[in-house]
Design a protein around this ligand. Structure first.
Ligand code: DQA
Length: 165
Protein backbone atom coordinates (compact mmCIF):
# COMPACT_ATOMS: atom_id res chain seq x y z
CA UNK A 1 0.00 0.00 0.00
CA UNK A 2 1.32 3.49 -0.91
CA UNK A 3 -0.07 6.80 0.30
CA UNK A 4 -0.29 10.00 -1.66
CA UNK A 5 -1.44 13.51 -0.69
CA UNK A 6 -4.41 14.57 -2.80
CA UNK A 7 -4.98 18.18 -4.01
CA UNK A 8 -7.22 18.99 -1.02
CA UNK A 9 -4.60 17.61 1.42
CA UNK A 10 -6.44 14.33 2.12
CA UNK A 11 -4.31 11.21 2.22
CA UNK A 12 -5.32 8.63 -0.36
CA UNK A 13 -4.16 5.03 -0.14
CA UNK A 14 -3.05 3.37 -3.35
CA UNK A 15 -2.94 -0.40 -3.71
CA UNK A 16 0.49 -1.75 -4.63
CA UNK A 17 0.51 -2.73 -8.29
CA UNK A 18 2.09 -5.97 -9.46
CA UNK A 19 2.36 -7.06 -13.08
CA UNK A 20 2.50 -10.71 -14.14
CA UNK A 21 4.03 -11.28 -17.57
CA UNK A 22 4.18 -14.55 -19.48
CA UNK A 23 6.13 -15.11 -22.67
CA UNK A 24 5.76 -17.35 -25.71
CA UNK A 25 3.83 -20.62 -25.68
CA UNK A 26 2.65 -20.14 -22.11
CA UNK A 27 -0.83 -19.45 -23.55
CA UNK A 28 -0.82 -23.19 -24.31
CA UNK A 29 -0.43 -24.27 -20.68
CA UNK A 30 -2.82 -27.08 -19.88
CA UNK A 31 -2.07 -28.95 -23.09
CA UNK A 32 1.59 -28.06 -23.72
CA UNK A 33 3.94 -30.85 -22.53
CA UNK A 34 1.91 -31.46 -19.33
CA UNK A 35 4.61 -33.85 -18.08
CA UNK A 36 6.95 -30.82 -17.89
CA UNK A 37 4.62 -27.87 -17.26
CA UNK A 38 1.61 -29.46 -15.50
CA UNK A 39 -2.05 -29.43 -16.45
CA UNK A 40 -3.21 -26.03 -15.17
CA UNK A 41 -4.22 -23.50 -17.82
CA UNK A 42 -2.75 -20.00 -17.85
CA UNK A 43 -6.20 -18.63 -17.03
CA UNK A 44 -6.35 -20.72 -13.84
CA UNK A 45 -2.80 -19.73 -12.89
CA UNK A 46 -3.55 -16.04 -13.42
CA UNK A 47 -6.77 -16.27 -11.39
CA UNK A 48 -4.98 -17.90 -8.45
CA UNK A 49 -2.17 -15.36 -8.67
CA UNK A 50 -4.70 -12.50 -8.62
CA UNK A 51 -6.42 -13.99 -5.54
CA UNK A 52 -3.05 -14.30 -3.88
CA UNK A 53 -2.21 -10.68 -4.69
CA UNK A 54 -5.52 -9.49 -3.23
CA UNK A 55 -4.86 -11.43 -0.01
CA UNK A 56 -1.50 -9.65 0.14
CA UNK A 57 -3.10 -6.20 -0.29
CA UNK A 58 -1.97 -5.76 -3.92
CA UNK A 59 -3.55 -5.61 -7.34
CA UNK A 60 -2.29 -7.83 -10.15
CA UNK A 61 -2.46 -7.19 -13.86
CA UNK A 62 -1.68 -10.07 -16.22
CA UNK A 63 -0.32 -10.05 -19.75
CA UNK A 64 0.83 -12.84 -22.05
CA UNK A 65 2.31 -12.53 -25.50
CA UNK A 66 4.15 -14.68 -28.00
CA UNK A 67 5.75 -11.54 -29.48
CA UNK A 68 8.94 -10.05 -28.03
CA UNK A 69 8.06 -6.47 -29.03
CA UNK A 70 4.68 -6.66 -27.26
CA UNK A 71 6.37 -7.74 -24.06
CA UNK A 72 8.92 -4.91 -24.41
CA UNK A 73 6.08 -2.41 -24.88
CA UNK A 74 4.16 -3.78 -21.88
CA UNK A 75 7.26 -3.48 -19.68
CA UNK A 76 7.84 0.10 -20.86
CA UNK A 77 4.22 0.95 -20.01
CA UNK A 78 4.66 -0.59 -16.52
CA UNK A 79 7.24 2.12 -15.83
CA UNK A 80 4.65 4.84 -16.43
CA UNK A 81 1.94 2.87 -14.55
CA UNK A 82 3.99 2.87 -11.32
CA UNK A 83 4.09 -0.92 -11.12
CA UNK A 84 5.94 -1.87 -7.92
CA UNK A 85 7.21 -5.28 -9.02
CA UNK A 86 7.32 -7.40 -12.18
CA UNK A 87 6.74 -11.15 -12.04
CA UNK A 88 7.98 -12.57 -15.30
CA UNK A 89 8.13 -15.99 -16.92
CA UNK A 90 9.83 -15.07 -20.19
CA UNK A 91 9.48 -18.65 -21.56
CA UNK A 92 12.08 -19.32 -24.26
CA UNK A 93 12.97 -15.59 -24.31
CA UNK A 94 14.68 -16.31 -20.97
CA UNK A 95 17.55 -17.78 -22.93
CA UNK A 96 17.68 -15.36 -25.86
CA UNK A 97 16.29 -11.88 -25.22
CA UNK A 98 18.65 -9.00 -24.58
CA UNK A 99 15.80 -6.69 -25.68
CA UNK A 100 13.59 -7.81 -22.79
CA UNK A 101 16.46 -7.64 -20.33
CA UNK A 102 17.17 -4.07 -21.47
CA UNK A 103 13.49 -3.15 -21.08
CA UNK A 104 13.46 -4.37 -17.47
CA UNK A 105 16.65 -2.43 -16.73
CA UNK A 106 15.26 0.68 -18.45
CA UNK A 107 12.13 0.90 -16.28
CA UNK A 108 14.06 0.04 -13.09
CA UNK A 109 11.19 -2.01 -11.65
CA UNK A 110 12.23 -4.91 -9.39
CA UNK A 111 11.85 -8.27 -11.15
CA UNK A 112 10.99 -11.73 -9.90
CA UNK A 113 11.77 -14.40 -12.50
CA UNK A 114 9.52 -17.46 -12.44
CA UNK A 115 9.57 -20.78 -14.28
CA UNK A 116 7.28 -23.78 -14.00
CA UNK A 117 10.12 -26.23 -14.65
CA UNK A 118 13.67 -26.00 -13.36
CA UNK A 119 15.59 -24.93 -16.49
CA UNK A 120 18.94 -25.61 -14.76
CA UNK A 121 18.00 -29.30 -14.60
CA UNK A 122 17.13 -29.46 -18.32
CA UNK A 123 18.98 -29.12 -21.65
CA UNK A 124 22.19 -27.03 -21.53
CA UNK A 125 20.68 -24.29 -23.75
CA UNK A 126 18.17 -23.59 -20.96
CA UNK A 127 20.88 -23.02 -18.35
CA UNK A 128 21.58 -19.48 -19.52
CA UNK A 129 19.13 -16.77 -18.34
CA UNK A 130 19.31 -13.13 -19.38
CA UNK A 131 17.25 -12.22 -16.30
CA UNK A 132 18.53 -14.10 -13.24
CA UNK A 133 21.41 -11.73 -12.52
CA UNK A 134 19.14 -8.66 -12.60
CA UNK A 135 16.28 -10.31 -10.65
CA UNK A 136 15.49 -9.87 -6.97
CA UNK A 137 15.04 -13.64 -6.98
CA UNK A 138 14.20 -16.65 -9.13
CA UNK A 139 11.48 -19.23 -8.44
CA UNK A 140 11.63 -22.35 -10.59
CA UNK A 141 10.70 -26.02 -10.50
CA UNK A 142 7.52 -25.75 -8.42
CA UNK A 143 5.07 -25.81 -11.34
CA UNK A 144 2.05 -23.50 -11.17
CA UNK A 145 2.54 -23.04 -7.40
CA UNK A 146 5.65 -21.02 -8.26
CA UNK A 147 3.42 -18.15 -9.43
CA UNK A 148 1.75 -17.94 -6.01
CA UNK A 149 5.17 -17.97 -4.34
CA UNK A 150 6.29 -15.22 -6.72
CA UNK A 151 3.27 -13.03 -5.93
CA UNK A 152 3.90 -13.38 -2.18
CA UNK A 153 7.58 -12.59 -2.70
CA UNK A 154 6.71 -9.56 -4.87
CA UNK A 155 4.22 -8.20 -2.31
CA UNK A 156 6.78 -8.60 0.44
CA UNK A 157 9.51 -6.98 -1.61
CA UNK A 158 7.25 -4.07 -2.60
CA UNK A 159 6.37 -3.47 1.06
CA UNK A 160 10.07 -3.03 1.77
CA UNK A 161 10.44 -6.07 4.02
CA UNK A 162 14.13 -6.95 4.10
CA UNK A 163 15.23 -10.23 2.56
CA UNK A 164 18.31 -12.39 3.03
CA UNK A 165 21.35 -11.70 0.85
C1 DQA B 1 9.90 -22.13 -18.99
C2 DQA B 1 11.26 -22.76 -19.27
C3 DQA B 1 11.80 -22.33 -20.63
O1 DQA B 1 13.03 -22.95 -20.89
C4 DQA B 1 10.83 -22.72 -21.73
O2 DQA B 1 11.29 -22.26 -23.00
C5 DQA B 1 9.44 -22.26 -21.46
C6 DQA B 1 8.91 -22.39 -20.10
C7 DQA B 1 9.27 -22.65 -17.68
O3 DQA B 1 8.34 -22.01 -17.21
O4 DQA B 1 9.68 -23.68 -17.16
O5 DQA B 1 8.72 -21.86 -22.36
O6 DQA B 1 10.08 -20.72 -18.84
Amino acid sequence: MRTRIHRNWTLIHLMTRLLLLNGPNLNLLGTREPQVYGSDTLQTIEQRAADCARESGCTLQCFQSNAEHELVERIQRAGADEVACLIFNPGAFTHTSIALRDAVLAVRIPLIEVHLSNPRAREPFRHQSYFSDIAVGVISGFGAFGYELAVRAAARHASGTPRAG
